[in-house]
Each structure stands twice: as C-alpha cells, then as structure tokens.
Design a protein around this ligand. Structure first.
Ligand code: ATP
Ligand code: MG
Length: 355
C-alpha cells in the first residue's frame, strides 16, 4: 500500500516530518509494508512548478491508498490563473472527500473544561457557505455593486443524506447519540433541507437518539455541558468553527486529529492551519497530524482488512497519549518544555516501550 505525504506551508514541513518519522517507526515495528512517498505542494511547488497543486501531484493522490496533507497558507496564494490552488479544498472536492471527521477529547491537566468532553464532529466537506464549492464555483461570492457583497450557500439532499449517515454510523458505534447542528430558524430553506435529510436517515438508526440544536446554542453548550455530546453532524462552515472551538477546549488547536473521508480514499489533515507565526522554529505541536494519520491507518485497516494497520494506529495513539499525559513531555503550546523534534523523539521512545 502507498501513502502520499504532502508537507505544505508554514509549520507543514515540520509536522509532516515528525509524522513520517512516527509512521516509519510503526511500519518497521508492525511489518506494515507501507510505501511512503512525498510530493511538493504549496509555495515550494508554486516556485518550482508554477502551481501550488501540480496536476501530477493530484494524479498521484488519486492513485494512493491514503494521503497525509500538511496545512497550507492558501490565503496568501496568488489567484488560480497564476497557479494558486487551495490544495485542501481541491482535494476534498475533486476526490469527493465528503466527510470531515474531527474527534476532540478533554485530557486531564490539559483541558480548561470542568466537565469531560469526548466527541466527534462530522462536518460536511463539499458544499455549504464556501464560495469554491457551489454551483458558481470560484464565484460563489459576488458584488452587484461596490457597496454590496452576496454569498451563496449550497446545500443538497444528497450531501446532507450521506453526511447524516456517516454521523449515525459513528454514533451507533459509540454512545448512540447524534446532535444535528443547524441554523434552520434563519436559514430556513438550506438548513431546513439538511434537517429533513437527517431526520430521514434517522429512521434507519432507531437505536441512536437524534437531538437537534441551533449552532449558537451548540457553541455555548460545548463549554457549559460538553459531556452531553457524543457525535455532532453539521454543515461545512459550522463544523469548521465548532471543531476549532472543541480543539481549543481540549487544550490546544494542535491536538485534534482530522480525517477527510470519501468512499475510496481518505486524506489525513491537521485540524489547525499553517501557523505562520511559529513556522520554522521547531515549536509546532505535531499531535494533530500524527493522530490524523492514526485515523487514516485505522480506516485503511478496515478497507483492506489489514488488522496490523489498526494495531499500528492504536500504538501511535497510545504513545501520543502517554506523552501528553506527562507535563515533562509536552510542547510549548501546552506549557511544556519540548520542541517539535524532541516531542517526536519522545513519541518514538514511547512506541518502543509499548507505552
Ligand atoms: P492559516 O491561515 O493557515 O489557518 P492561522 O494564522 O489561522 O493560519 P492557525 O494555524 O489556524 O493559524 O493557528 C492559530 C494559532 O494557533 C496560531 O497562533 C498558531 O501558532 C497556533 N497553532 C496552530 N497550530 C498549532 C500547532 N500545531 N502547534 C502549536 N501552535 C499551533
Ligand atoms: Mg486558521
């Protein structure tokens, strides 16, 4: 099996290098027989090949069994006709990676919450309020005159239905509660359609309790009673915002794993962005991308019926948790003394000890 790693911009190369060290270690330890390749995207690819996502890289991603995507600084890219493509949204849309799975958990000593939190946010990934993902692709926002701007939000029955199904399936395997987060009181048609499909899918999951919650209430409840959530399913932008909130509540943006899931390919991607303020300083916490990669291995394990991949995913998660549980083995964002490289050394040492 082949995994393609795309390091990206900002802290991307540092956290991808850390992730690949951990992956190489479990590949050897568990005899995974994984081939790991790297390709350039982002600013370095723009410089050398004229595009932040060269066609050849896209083709290799399509053929890979899994992809590890570093964060990208797409807000600073030139326009598309000058080679600036947002690799993250391009991969999600072109490879139909419709479900973005974002687990977040409060760990003792790291979370500011007074109550436990262990939830998964399932975010629709291919449409919504993102101007590059609607029928006016590339121009979903426009200005009829210089003092008015309009944005178009796309919600379809098909995308709502399949994302709801992912949410219900995950909830069924956990604490059997799904919260559908929406703003149907204002966005009556689009979120109304989303809710209609969630309720339809609910009929196939009588064992899962469905709760419906308005997004502003959900943002507040995440802080006041995080223990009331199991799986949250929501549209693209609400999921983006709530998952940053949940990651930060868990202790740091650098902690949350994230998997972009399609039917035949998955892309592991950190929940956070490219953090240009700390790039190149050996300060970044690589946990998010490492845990995302463990999620990728787990998904590949079920897809290819390869239990050793699941064991490797479990070992990675355990080793990361052992380090996070120890204040002396944490990175600076968590108040710890370690840089990216030393923290990765500790994860590898924890793997060797079967911690
Ligand atoms: P982008 O435009 O790529 O999203 P950003 O400026 O929004 O970049 P984020 O990556 O979203 O930056 O990060 C927001 C803040 O959280 C920054 O101060 C950043 O340093 C911090 N941060 C994000 N990820 C990490 C990480 N993995 N380790 C440590 N700090 C992080
Ligand atoms: Mg950001």
């Amino acid at each position: 099996m082949r995994i393609l790693a795309l390091p990206g911009d900002g802290i991307g190369p540092e956290i991808t290098a850390a992730t690949l060290r951990v992956l190489a270690q479990v590949t050897a330890d568990f005899g995974l027989g994984l081939e790991i390749e790297e390709a350039d995207i982002g600013f370095s690819a723009l410089q050398s090949q004229g595009s932040t996502l060269p066609d050849a890289v896209m083709a290799r991603a399509r053929e890979a069994d899994g992809v590890i995507l570093g964060p990208v600084s797409h807000l600073d890219y030139p326009s598309r006709d000058k080679g600036g493509i947002n690799p993250s949204s391009e991969l999600r849309v072109k490879l139909d990676l419709y479900a973005n799975i974002r687990p977040n958990r409060a760990r003792e000593g790291l979370s500011i919450l007074r109550k436990p939190m262990d939830l998964i946010i399932v975010r629709e990934n291919t449409e919504g309020f993102y101007s590059d993902r609607n029928m006016f692709a590339g121009s979903g926002e426009f200005m009829p005159d210089e003092d008015m701007a309009l944005s178009v939000r796309k919600v379809t029955a098909k995308a709502s239905n399949r994302i709801a199904r992912v949410g219900f399936e995950l909830a069924r395997a956990r604490r059997k509660k799904l919260t559908a987060v929406h703003k149907a009181n204002v966005l009556k048609l689009s979120d109304g359609l989303f809710l209609r499909e969630v309720r339809k899918v609910a009929q196939d999951f009588p064992d899962v309790t469905l709760e419906e919650m308005i997004v502003d209430a959900a943002a507040a409840h995440l802080i006041r009673r995080p223990d009331s959530f199991d799986v949250i399913v929501t549209t693209n932008m609400f999921g983006d915002i709530l998952s940053d909130e949940a990651a930060e509540l868990s202790g740091s943006l650098g902690l949350g794993g994230s998997l972009n899931r399609g039917d035949s390919l998955c892309v592991a991607q950190a929940q956070h962005g490219s953090a240009p303020d700390i790039a190149g300083q050996n300060k970044a916490n690589p946990t998010s991308l490492i845990l995302s990669t463990a999620m990728l291995l787990d998904w590949m394990a079920s897809r290819h019926n390869a239990p050793q991949l699941a064991r490797a995913a479990f070992a990675i998660t355990d080793a990361v948790e052992a380090c996070l549980a120890d204040p002396a083995r944490r990175t600076a964002d968590l108040g710890g003394p370690l840089g990216t490289i030393a923290f990765t050394d500790q994860i590898i040492a924890a793997l060797a000890q079967g911690e």
